[in-house]
Write a protein that binds this ligand. Structure first.
Ligand code: SF4
Length: 241
């Protein structure tokens, strides 16, 4: 696919590209060896992935699971049922995920768009190429880059790299921040330097989230980290201690 944005700090020469590919591949290899496959996204259907991707905005996953369980118990985990459900009832069901009025509205916007543009068919929506699919998702109320990319990767199963706060924190500490230091620049770092492989992007992002939650936390547990010998933060911290 066409690159979404191409500027990274180390971009320029074939050696730089080799080095970034080598480093990103090594980080992936070490995380996979340490944590094993993550089996993402935890959902029964692609539609449930989309609902989860919207509900997880600014929310802990445990709370999203409670909201999803409410939707399943109420038997409304389909686009048509969510459309029929009054907004206030939907808001009550997704209450555990926080910002429940706003999130109910976002879910409604998605299912209304799906009916209007694709006759309620996720297959039709997902038959778009990645750039058109992304652009269409970004036009729906409440869907930003991270949510759109989560839907493309984990529901449509197309190769795009999802960037979140964990990924940014880990990459920055490792000394791999791109010069733009924004969402497109982080995304280009992965997509310009790794093969466009949906399974690789799926597993890599899931591993980064796990590593960010358990090891490279706000206060990082560097002594337990399988990446410490590659890490700019750990090396400079050791020198200053
Ligand atoms: S060594 Fe520390 S700062 Fe570096 S990736 Fe590991 S936990 Fe994060």
């Amino acid at each position: 696919m066409a690159r979404l944005k191409q500027h990274t700090k180390s971009e320029g020469t074939a050696d730089d590209a080799y080095s970034l590919n080598h480093r990103l591949t090594e980080i992936y290899r070490l995380l996979l060896a340490r944590c094993g496959p993550q089996h993402w996204w935890p959902a029964d259907t692609p539609f449930e992935v989309i609902v989860g991707a919207i509900l997880t905005q600014s929310a802990a996953w445990g709370n999203v699971e409670k909201a999803i369980s409410n939707l399943k118990q109420a038997r409304v985990m389909t686009p048509a049922s969510l459309r029929k459900l009054p907004l206030d009832k939907l808001a009550k069901l997704v209450y555990p995920s926080g910002y429940y009025n706003a999130k109910a509205l976002k879910l409604k916007s998605f299912v209304e768009h799906l009916e209007e543009a694709h006759r309620d068919s996720l297959e039709k929506l997902f038959s778009l190429d990645i750039l058109r699919l992304r652009s269409e998702l970004l036009d729906i109320h409440g869907i930003g880059p991270e949510t759109a990319d989560s839907i493309i990767l984990y529901a449509a199963r197309k190769p795009i790299f999802v960037i979140d706060a964990y990924t940014r924190r880990i990459l920055s500490r490792l000394g791999l921040s791109p010069s733009g230091d924004d969402y497109p620049a982080f995304q280009a770092l992965f997509m310009d330097n790794l093969p466009a492989d949906e399974k690789l992007f799926n597993e890599y992002h899931a591993l980064l989230v796990r590593h960010g939650k358990e090891v490279c936390k706000k206060a990082p547990l560097c002594e337990k980290c399988c990446l410490r010998h590659l890490c700019f933060y750990a090396v400079t911290k050791n020198k200053s201690d």
